[in-house]
Design a protein around this ligand. Sequence first.
Ligand code: NAD
Ligand code: DAU
Length: 338
Amino acid sequence: MRLMVTGGAGFIGSNFIKYILREHPDYSILNFDKLTYAGNLDNLSDIEDNPNYEFIQGDIADLKGVKEAVGSGVDAIVNFAAESHVDRSLDNPSVFIITNVLGTQVLLDAASEFNVQRFVQVSTDEVYGSLGSEGFFRETTPLDPNSPYSASKASADLLAISYYRSFKMPVVITRCSNNYGPYQFPEKLIPLFITNAMDDKPLPVYGDGKYIRDWIHVEDHCRAVDLVMHKGQPGEVYNVGGESERENLWITDFILDYFEKPQSLITHVKDRPGHDRRYAIDCSKIKNDLGYELKIDLETGLKETIDWYKNNRQWWEKIRSGEYLKYYEKHYLQREKI
Ligand code: NAD
Ligand code: DAU
């Protein structure tokens, strides 16, 4: 089997490539990634010489480049490529529409033209919007996105489903909750707070910090995508969640306690506009229909993740010294405290 993985130099994509090479040593992988600020080939340095791995720098919104890659012969496409950070989508929505919507449609067209046997659209629970204190997102929950990021992902989902319904493209969609683990870009809550705590920098908690996310280890997500790719029913959506709902302040305290750092590092800053209050996933469909099981509990996974950032300072310091610094200054050093 030859897989084309888009966005394979990002956080989840790079973990997925390593997962597949380990679990299916006879598969070969074509990693197609534009290498935006979030794409980092350092994430793959341990497998770059694997004869079953190949990298092409390319943009999923560029039809010519995509057709060349897909036309080289791929059995399945797993589409991780996206602009993925909600805060950035509030600053500059257009690139989210180009990559997440147009890019997905270009990939779907190429997949259709070259008769690709499987198309996995890696989506997010954010397409469902926000929950109150009760209830869960199910696959039947109406789409109700609140940010340009989630609206672009919801649009991509609708396009993917339309290619199944109109052209019988064997599309499957996963909608996963918040991932954490090694190689996550340090603009997202967990890696940002771990690396700031290590350096005694403030931990910028948005608003009251009582926002709830359902955390899943990236390895558990990769296993779900692998399962859906092999066993999911065409045209179906599968929710994936960690069954570990926590307030942001719980995560913050966990990190501070781990390093024995003071609560005074917590800084409440101006809230994210349109901030979704709570996400919670009902993942009984993937469990009942495909036999999915979660393997990594949150506290064990978080400790391992913190240790990874402790032991890989070079990895994140290199990122922090680049373009990310400008973003960090704009978002945090100039952000109002409350
Ligand atoms: P990421 O930002 O770490 O990585 C995105 C990757 O996509 C980068 O390597 C980047 O270079 C590449 N990319 C961006 N635009 C591209 C383009 N036009 N063409 C080709 N490559 C491009 O993101 P992530 O956190 O690894 O998320 C991967 C996917 O999983 C996304 O589709 C995201 O919506 C989805 N998802 C993420 C989470 C999460 O918690 N991180 C949860 C659920 C779903
Ligand atoms: O739910 C899945 C989604 O999870 C994915 O689709 C997105 O790609 C991914 O980025 C993530 O989105 P969130 O917006 O939930 O993740 P983020 O890490 O940006 O924020 C998590 C929570 O922490 C959210 O309530 C906002 C808050 N937060 C975040 C940052 C970066 C803070 O309080 N301070 C911060 O500095």
